[in-house]
Design a protein around this ligand. Structure first.
Ligand code: 7RM
Length: 650
């Protein structure tokens, strides 16, 4: 396997910022040996209103990291205003509408006018520096305006993915104490309407916290508008000037909150800062996607997730790039959609997820080959481990063996990419995210001894030994949880929750989550969240959720449920439907279970702990090698589960 090495392509190496592996190694060393110098250099790419006093000021004991403290800047100024003198007429955003063939170019100047108007609307509704604004939209330009408008006035945005349910949205609005919610009447995605405003109505019902709901207009559909609370964003904007000064923000002032799932409890609101995050997003975007002026960059993620924050909005716009905002899906109206956009717009870089690539590969090569794709130079992937065969398909078929594939590993918590090849620099291996980015020190920890494993050819828990500017600073409102979750499993290290192998060449292979988080189609979902949704149903006494291999989604959601005695003889099919609906209501359709297994028992130890290892095996139809089952309170349960599995889900 390690013989399967793809050398760098000379035509990509030609214009790369880093000229060779030697130079990478040298700079990498320097970045770790002298982070103050290294990150000071990178901060020069950002415009500061006032210089910072120190690059990094940290208290590892308290898990308190402060980057560029004393510095003052504004993210909206950096993403818009500073480009205007030279690039005012350059396209900042190309909005690709759901219906194929409809493109709208928004120049940097237009972006400024729109963002300033929205910023004034927010000010007019009493939003001030430090206030939180929830943004619940699908992929429309107003979403970009809303985020940048918050940044402009120093409000903290909390974007909630438009696929979340009312209940999930409500929890997030309450947790961040959002004063204003921004949404649209409806969204459009893959030819279907998304009832955004209706969902917001249910989410904020009876909530005194939310003072205003601002509603963008995406479709002609009328929605109920509650007087004194709901306002049409376009009408509000018409009353505002297209100029609004950028607030001077401290480098460590929060830029945004983004919720993500963990192994326990409710999702955590990760807090990212203005200075460090922006430096990191801009720098990683430039190097990893080899951004040069004029490039057209197409990150196909949703802005509701961190990938969209960093590589549709902040990274590309801070660099003055043209970024594509894609409203639809890779399969709408057919599996040729990406490639059609690429030809229509002359896209140079595509950044997408393995789950999309698996679906496209399954649809066949002809959808790809129908299009020229000759503008493409770099193909990025993110969100989950990429199967080597899919990597090769991406490289050989989509990129005609001409493009560099960059498999980028990172997380909501990390703000930007941490492990990745550099195109034109790093030889790649299909399925490996290759080597650490500058300033990043991965450590492989032995899960049994909790000690770092030196040398190559080792595997264990992936940890990070040094801070970087893009890292999240805290969990909103709960610093203890931040510390406990990430810095206490292996003291002195940030624990990622992922398993990893470092091969003989020092290349990193992410093996997936080793905690109770599922990665379903690149979406992070906590098994605990699904379990609590299931047990909230009156029929369910107990639930245990695990992942199993799924051809397209990567991981499918498999739920074992124990029923209360009153329900044990009811209509199973109807109940399964109701339980799936229950999870949709609690989280969102993307978290709907694939399989509900009505079980006669769960494999518990005598101390009452569920042996998830066994549940995972059965869910994956692996009946051998269950490991040590001697501590099970009721050993028979294993065979019963296997029989039920074979019967219910052959
Ligand atoms: C950016 C993002 C984070 C989790 C992470 C991993 C998995 C992400 C890769 C990957 C293998 C990759 N943020 N993951 N990228 N696994 N190779 N290149 O996805 O917070 O939503 O998810 O995603 O398990 O911990 S996220």
């Amino acid at each position: 396997m390690s013989q399967d090495i793809y050398p760098v392509k000379p035509h990509i190496a030609e214009r790369a910022y880093i000229r060779s592996m030697d130079e990478y190694q040298r700079l990498y060393r320097l970045s770790l040996d002298n982070p103050d110098w290294f990150w000071g250099e990178q901060a020069k790419a950002i415009t500061w209103f006032h210089p910072y006093q120190s690059v990094l000021d940290s208290d590892y004991e308290e898990v308190d990291f402060s980057w560029y403290s004393g510095g003052r800047l504004n993210a909206s100024f950096n993403c818009i205003d500073r480009h205007l003198p030279d690039l005012g007429e350059r396209t900042a955003i190309i909005w690709v509408e759901d219906e194929p063939g409809v493109y709208r170019h928004i120049t940097y100047r237009e972006l400024k006018h729109n963002v300033a108007r929205v910023a004034n609307v927010l000010l007019n509704h009493g939003v001030r520096k430090g206030d939180r604004v929830c943004i619940y939209m699908t992929m429309i330009p107003d979403l970009a305006y809303a985020m940048l408008a918050c940044a402009r006035i120093g409000a903290v945005h909390s974007v909630v993915f438009g696929g979340f349910s009312a209940e999930a949205l409500r929890d997030r609005i309450i947790d961040a104490k959002c004063k204003v919610v921004m949404t649209a009447n409806e969204g459009l995605r893959g030819g279907k309407k998304v009832p955004l405003k209706k969902t917001v109505d249910r989410a904020v019902e009876g909530m005194s916290l939310v003072e205003a709901v601002l509603v963008a207009r995406r479709t002609d559909t009328d929605v109920e508008m509650r007087a004194g609370r709901d306002y049409w964003l376009d009408e509000e904007c018409h009353r505002q000037r297209s100029t609004c000064t950028n607030a001077w923000m401290g480098a460590e002032d929060p830029l945004f909150i983004l919720y993500t799932s963990g192994s326990t409890g409710k999702p955590k609101g990760l807090m990212h800062t203005t200075g460090g995050y922006l430096v990191y997003a801009a720098f990683t975007h430039r190097l990893i996607f080899d951004y040069h002026p004029g490039d057209i960059f197409f990150c196909a993620a949703d802005i509701g997730w961190v990938t969209g924050h960093s590589y549709i909005i902040y990274g590309p716009l801070a660099n003055g790039a043209t970024t594509v905002l894609f409203e639809s899906t890779p399969l709408y109206p057919d599996p040729g959609r990406y490639w059609r956009i690429i030809d229509d717009l002359g896209v140079n870089v595509l950044y997408t997820a393995p789950t999309a690539l698996r679906a496209l590969a399954q649809a066949g090569d002809s959808w790809v080959k129908k299009y020229r794709r000759d503008s493409l130079r770099i193909l990025g992937t993110v969100g989950e481990p990429i199967n080597p065969e899919v990597w090769r398909w991406y490289h050989d078929v989509c990129g005609d063996k001409r493009c560099a594939v960059v498999d980028t590993w990172w997380q909501t918590e990390t703000g930007g990419v941490l492990i990745t090849p550099l195109p034109g620099v790093t030889p790649t291996k299909p399925g490996s995210a290759t080597l650490p980015f500058f300033g990043v020190k991965p450590v492989v920890i032995d899960v049994n001894t909790s000690k770092p494993l030196d040398g190559n050819g080792v595997s264990g828990a992936l940890c990070l030994a040094s801070p970087w500017p893009g890292q999240a600073r805290t969990v909103w409102g709960d610093h203890k949880r931040f510390r406990d979750t990430y810095f206490s499993t292996y003291p002195g290290y940030y624990f990622t929750g992922d398993g990893v192998k470092r091969d003989e060449d020092g290349y990193y292979w992410i093996t997936g989550r080793i905690d109770d988080v599922l990665n379903v189609s690149g979406h992070r979902i906590g098994t605990a969240e699904i379990e609590s949704a299931l047990v909230a149903h009156e029929a369910v006494a107990e639930a245990a959720v695990v992942g199993y291999p799924h051809d397209i989604k990567g991981t499918g959601i498999y739920c074992y449920v124990l029923l209360n005695s009153d329900y044990q003889n009811g209509d199973a099919e109807q109940l399964v439907g109701a339980l799936k609906q229950q999870v949709r209501n609690a989280i969102g359709a993307f978290a709907a279970p694939d399989i509900i297994h009505i079980a006669s028992g769960l494999p518990k130890t005598r101390s009452g702990k569920i042996m998830r290892r066994i549940l995972r095996k059965v869910a994956s139809s692996e009946y051998e090698g269950m490991g040590d089952t001697s501590t099970l309170a009721e050993p028979d349960v294993v065979q019963r589960l296997i029989d039920e599995h074979k019967l219910q889900h052959p």
